[in-house]
Design a protein around this ligand. Structure first.
Ligand code: NAP
Ligand code: GFB
Length: 320
């Protein structure tokens, strides 16, 4: 019987996986772990976790994760912590004879100077954007590690490359969050703290120019794709898990979707003193579509609406 260890099981993607696993009552035993179960930057703690769980499969999500501003100021930490976590998890997966490991990269790790759309062959074709080189190189090395374990020991260690993810159980903490949870948190606060102000007098600040382009995948859609890949994807080469290129939106359009979800009628103004980060990282999901042609992604506005609703309903227990 399959025993799937989900590292990073207490985060945005981990909780989405847990929701889908429970909803679809998937076969096998699924164990979702976070730092309190084992600090994966520590080799002894990681070994003790694998000794205890004895997994047959690993979905490796655990990482130091954050948005643009958190990355910009902490490249060394992102590099070191994620290198430690990844080496401990992959080496223990090998030593414990795991049948398969699926790790998570990100579309933000591709070369900054590149042609578009980006595809899976381009991971190592040049330096990443300077804002997140620490995270990017630690993630790129997972691909190198996967090939090394496969070449030496025949391990089926592979990776998926999601675009920007959002959804319930996201990290809404201002200083570390990604753009959508960051805007949800700030807009809720603006509305909450200005109840007496006429709606059209309220001004919400969108950081940066609002012009950068992003593809956003709803966490529950990603979870379904990861589960599909765990069962059906048998290649060491990475697989991009992203919405279609034409579903790319500007940051300003993402802000408008958050405003619509809150029924916010005030103004959206851009604070261009704040960094924009990468202008675009448009990724092709052609390879995914060739394997899974009929997958239906949740419409962006509907996913934002569901995420805002979840945030409001869980406000007392969210990471913020
Ligand atoms: P998240 O919500 O920040 O969750 C991170 C998870 O990793 C948590 O379960 C956390 O445990 C765990 N973790 C962090 N440091 C750990 C440590 N030292 N030891 C053990 N566990 C540790 O992150 P996420 O957004 O779900 O990201 C999941 C994966 O998707 C990551 O590999 C990330 O790089 C990738 N990804 C994310 C995005 C995005 O937009 N969010 C986009 C592309 C790829 P605690 O709960 O105990 O802290
Ligand atoms: O999700 P985000 O922080 O990271 O998005 P990236 C940053 C973009 O959103 C910038 C604008 O253009 C910001 O100026 N923005 C507007 C905001 N309002 C906000 C806000 O309230 N919070 C945040 N955070 N941004 C990350 C990588 O890039 O993508 C990570 O740095 C990671 O390594 C992640 O891979 C998926 O999409 O720019």
């Amino acid at each position: 019987m399959k025993k799937v260890l989900v590292t990073g099981g207490t985060g945005l993607v981990g909780n989405a996986l847990k929701t889908i696993v429970n909803e679809d009552s998937l076969e096998g035993e699924w164990i979702f772990v976070g730092t309190k179960d084992a600090d994966l930057t520590d080799s002894n703690s990681t070994r003790a976790l694998f000794d205890r769980v004895q997994p047959t499969h690993v979905v490796h999500l655990a990482a130091m994760v954050g948005g643009l501003f958190h990355n910009m100021n902490n490249n060394l930490d992102f590099l070191r912590k994620n290198l430690q976590i990844n080496d401990n998890v992959l080496q223990n997966a090998y030593e414990h004879g795991c049948v398969k490991v699926i790790s998570c990269l990100s579309t933000c790790i591709f070369p900054d100077k590149t042609s578009y759309p980006i595809d899976e062959t381009m991971v190592h074709n040049g330096p990443p954007h300077p804002s997140n080189y620490g995270y990017s190189y630690s993630k790129r090395l997972i691909d190198v590690q996967n090939h090394a374990y496969h070449d030496k020991h025949g391990c089926m260690f592979t990776s998926v490359i999601p675009c920007n993810i959002f959804g319930p159980h996201d990290n809404f903490k201002q200083e570390v969050s990604h753009v959508i949870p960051g805007m949800i948190n700030r807009m809720h606060q603006l509305i909450d703290e200005n109840k007496g102000l006429p709606e059209d007098r309220k001004e919400f600040v969108v950081y940066g120019t609002g012009k950068p382009l992003r593809q956003f995948i709803y966490s529950l859609d990603l979870a379904k794709l990861i589960i599909w890949a765990l069962v059906n994807y048998e290649s060491v080469e990475p697989l991009i898990l992203s919405v279609d290129e034409e579903n790319e939106v500007t940051i300003f359009e993402a802000a408008e979707a958050v405003a619509k979800a809150f029924d916010f009628k005030g103004k959206l103004i851009c604070d261009t003193s704040k960094a924009d980060g990468q202008y675009k990282k448009t990724a092709s999901n052609r390879k995914l579509r060739s394997l899974l042609p009929n997958f239906q992604f949740t419409a962006f506005e509907d996913a934002v609406k569901t995420s805002v609703k979840w945030y409001i309903e869980n406000i007392d227990n969210v990471r913020k």
